[in-house]
Design a protein around this ligand. Structure first.
Ligand code: C2E
Ligand code: MG
Ligand code: MG
Length: 749
């Protein structure tokens, strides 16, 4: 068989595979001699007939050549050898030369080592030992013929010569095969060493990386590999079909099982799951399953890479929340609220008869507190409001902070929507009615709520939100706790609010306010018994603005108290100069709910009276029933103090509110003012006349004087006189007049 081509240097493979290990060959050489009983006599005999046996080598060369190429497997190896740059002619010549060298009977070290190199070369080139056997058989055939027939060989030597040849050939064959297998074993050893180094390296890497790696054999349902990290993490739970499975959060196990089925079916799957390793806190892991299948696609093993992604997961959640959550209150923000509204509408559209209510809620006093106490207080208030509102809404509702002091609620799928939403609105009012605390201070808040309903007021989220918004403005404007959307009214009040709110700031400083006065007449004597101060605003563009248009705005903006102070000072100061003889004529001022409740009202009144040099009996304070009823106990205390100062107290617009008569009895009230709405219809409506009469009687029973306001003609004046009313006020006597005109009117009267 082929010898290695001589001129080619040692190949890379040769260098790696241990062909270089030259120390071993001669060791086996002697053993072969012993085993085969190859003796000196054999060598001598072979040497003697060497030339005779070398005859016919050319013929044998051709036989060998045919043998190589008749066998397709051997031919393939030959062609590969040629492709690699080898020369087949040279190879066959080398093979022949080696065979002929055996005829010398040389069993020396050099010859043995040469045979061994051929064996190693065969291994390298992929020449199978069995093929060599064939080549030797042909050689032996050729030699046997010569030995049996050549006349140059002595008859008595023939058997011994044949035996010697057989031994030589067997020896060469043995040495080559031994070398062949040694090369194979050495290569395997080298590969195993390399694999060992690689495995150690892989083990080192795997024990240092945070990822967990394991492999499960699907046939046997056994874990074939678990990285050191996996073993630590699973602590003894490695025998489950899916390692670490029992650390997976209960709610996530179904997903893991589904993924497992998919990977067994041949797909790579990734999923993120919550794991709770050994009582410690929950962690998020990404599990990536990879199938390892055979050529027919059957999955034999599943590899899994697990990675702790808790930090990434929390960060992602934080970012998600930021985009949908209000940072101050932790509620949903406008974006999420809007989304939920759209969703609720989509559901409602599919459910005939279903409704959705949209509530927009504005905190009335928020701006004032935020401006005066600072943003920290403002934020704290918003948080407290949010907490209280949260208790009012159900899980299916969406409460959100829409921005500033505005909150929004979406109430989906309401049956009997109007009533249900009214109930929620009053629960909201209740929830906000108790004072809030900030740094031991008690702060009172109220809200204005605007409501729009699907389907009555619109069917798009945008429309409903803006309708709820305008209803909220109208509620604010009308000092109503909540209002439903109404088309035109909402538009005008909101725009009016916007028109005035900016310019009201600074109107005091710019001296744009003015007081008008309207006289009150004693029906018995016909004499002037007092005057009411009524505020006017000389608006630079709008001209004269009546109080009904700007007082509610001033209240909302928290600007009413300085205005009340100004009215008080101005009215007392101007009234001093009126031409009235005898006893001083009391001046009435209107005090709104917010001013009445603000601490220090009594002190300011006292101070103002002192400044004007007037006694308490020169002043009357008009408050409405509503003002009194918001906090009866506090109200009663204030009235008591005012009464002690000698200031007279009148209940304005009496009959329009809900006074508790039993309370009225206990309060130091001096005057009831019958609301003008009762006078308007008194002539045509006996019920209104009855109410007027009842109020007059009630007032007298309570020891109060009764005045009717809004008296526009003589008939009403006479009727009131008949009914026993004490005083009247109205256009019939005089319209409210500016100070100078009122002074003139007084002197004429
Ligand atoms: P009010 O205290 O009930 O004042 C009576 C209102 O009736 C005044 O309207 C007056 O001009 C009007 N009036 C008087 N006689 C007649 C009449 O014969 N016929 C008709 N149709 N109306 C008559 P005004 O001045 O527009 O004031 C409206 C409301 O604004 C007042 O109702 C009062 O609640 C409030 N207001 C006025 N000035 C002040 C103020 O200085 N401070 C506060 N907080 N509120 C004020
Ligand atoms: Mg009044
Ligand atoms: Mg009134």
């Amino acid at each position: 068989m082929p010898t290695p081509p001589k001129k080619r240097g040692r190949s890379k493979e040769e260098k790696r595979s241990g062909a270089r290990k030259k120390s071993s060959p001669s060791i086996v050489g002697k053993e072969f001699n012993y085993v085969l009983q190859l003796t000196e006599a054999d060598t001598r005999l072979l040497k003697r007939y060497q030339d005779v046996l070398a005859q016919g080598a050319a013929g044998f060369a051709e036989t060998s050549y045919n043998y190589l190429f008749d066998n397709p497997d051997i031919a393939d190896v030959m062609y590969a050898y040629e492709r690699d740059g080898g020369n087949i002619g040279e190879l066959v010549r080398g093979m022949l030369k080696h065979k002929l060298s055996l005829l010398k009977g040389d069993t020396g070290e050099k010859a043995t080592s040469h045979s061994e190199q051929i064996g190693r070369a065969h291994f390298r080139l992929g020449v199978k030992p069995v093929w060599t056997l064939g080549a030797y058989r042909l050689f032996m055939d050729h030699l046997q013929k010569l030995v049996a027939t050549d006349p140059q060989i002595a008859e008595q030597d023939r058997d011994a010569l044949e035996a010697a040849l057989i031994k030589m050939i067997l020896r060469d064959q043995g040495v080559m095969t031994e070398a062949y297998w040694r090369a194979a074993v050495e290569q395997l050893k080298d590969q195993r060493d390399e694999l060992g180094v690689e495995q150690n390296l892989a083990g080192e890497i795997l024990s240092h990386i945070p990822q967990l790696l394991w492999t499960v054999d699907i046939e046997s349902n056994r874990i074939t590999y678990a990285s050191p990290g996996t073993r630590d993490f699973c602590s003894g739970e490695l025998d489950a079909p899916i390692p670490c499975f029992y650390h997976v959060h209960g709610a996530e196990r179904e997903r893991v099982l589904t993924a497992w089925q998919q990977v067994i079916d041949g797909q790579s799957v990734q999923l993120e799951v919550r794991l709770a390793p050994d009582d410690s806190t929950e962690r998020w892991f990404r599990m990536a399953f990879y199938p390892a299948a055979n050529r027919r696609g059957r999955v034999l093993r599943v590899h899994c890479l697990m990675e702790d992604i808790t930090d990434m997961h929390s960060e992602r959640e934080r970012l998600e929340q930021l985009s949908t959550q209000d940072e101050v209150t932790g509620l949903a923000n406008r974006t999420l609220w809007y989304d939920r509204l759209a969703l609720a509408l989509a559901v409602a559209r599919r459910n005939p008869g279903a409704a959705v209510a949209v509530m927009v809620l504005d905190i009335n006093q928020f701006k004032m507190y935020n401006d005066s106490l600072g943003h920290e207080a403002g934020d704290e208030l918003l948080r407290q409001v949010a907490q209280r509102l949260q208790k009012v809404v159900r899980d299916t509702d969406t409460l959100a902070r829409l921005g500033g002091d505005e909150f929004g609620i979406v109430l989906p799928l309401l049956q009997d929507a109007e009533r249900a939403v009214e109930r929620v609105a009053s629960e909201v009012m209740n929830a906000l009615s108790a004072p809030f605390t900030y740094r031991q201070r008690e702060l009172c808040l109220s809200s204005a709520i605007g409501i729009s309903l699907y389907p009555q007021h619109g069917d798009e989220a945008g429309t409903l939100a803006s309708h709820a918004d305008s209803a909220m403005y109208r509620a604010k404007w009308n000092a109503a706790p909540y209002l439903f959307y109404e088309s035109e009214a909402a538009v005008s009040s909101a725009s009016e609010h916007l028109k005035f709110s900016g310019q009201l700031h600074g109107a005091l400083e710019r001296e744009e306010f003015e007081l008008y006065y309207q006289p009150k007449i004693d029906l018995d004597s016909g004499r002037i018994c007092g005057a009411e101060a009524l505020l006017r605003w000389q608006h630079p563009q709008q001209g004269l603005v009546l109080p009904g248009h700007f007082i509610p705005v001033a209240e909302q903006l928290g600007m009413i108290s300085p205005i009340t102070d100004w009215v008080l000072d101005t009215a007392l100061e101007q009234s001093k100069h009126w031409p009235v003889d005898g006893s001083p004529m009391p001046i009435s001022i209107n005090v709104s709910a917010r001013s009445f409740q603000s601490p220090g009202l009594v002190a300011r009144i006292k101070q103002s009276l002192q400044k004007a040099g007037l006694e308490g009996n020169c002043l009357e304070v008009e408050i409405t029933e509503g003002t009194l009823m918001t906090d009866l106990d506090a109200g009663a205390g204030i009235l008591q103090k005012l009464s002690e100062l000698g200031v007279s107290i009148a209940i304005d617009d009496f009959g329009t509110g809900y006074s508790s008569l039993s309370y009225l009895k206990r309060l130091p009230i001096d005057v009831l003012k019958i609301d003008q709405s009762f006078l308007e219809n008194m002539a045509g409506n006996p019920r209104d006349a009855a109410i007027v009469l009842s109020i007059i009687e009630l007032g007298h029973n309570l020891d109060c004087k009764v005045i009717a306001e809004g008296v526009e003609d003589e008939a009403v004046r006479l009727r009131l006189k008949e009914m026993g009313c004490d005083f009247v006020q109205g256009f019939h006597i005089s319209r409210p007049l500016p100070d100078a005109s009122f002074r003139e009117w007084l002197s004429r009267a």
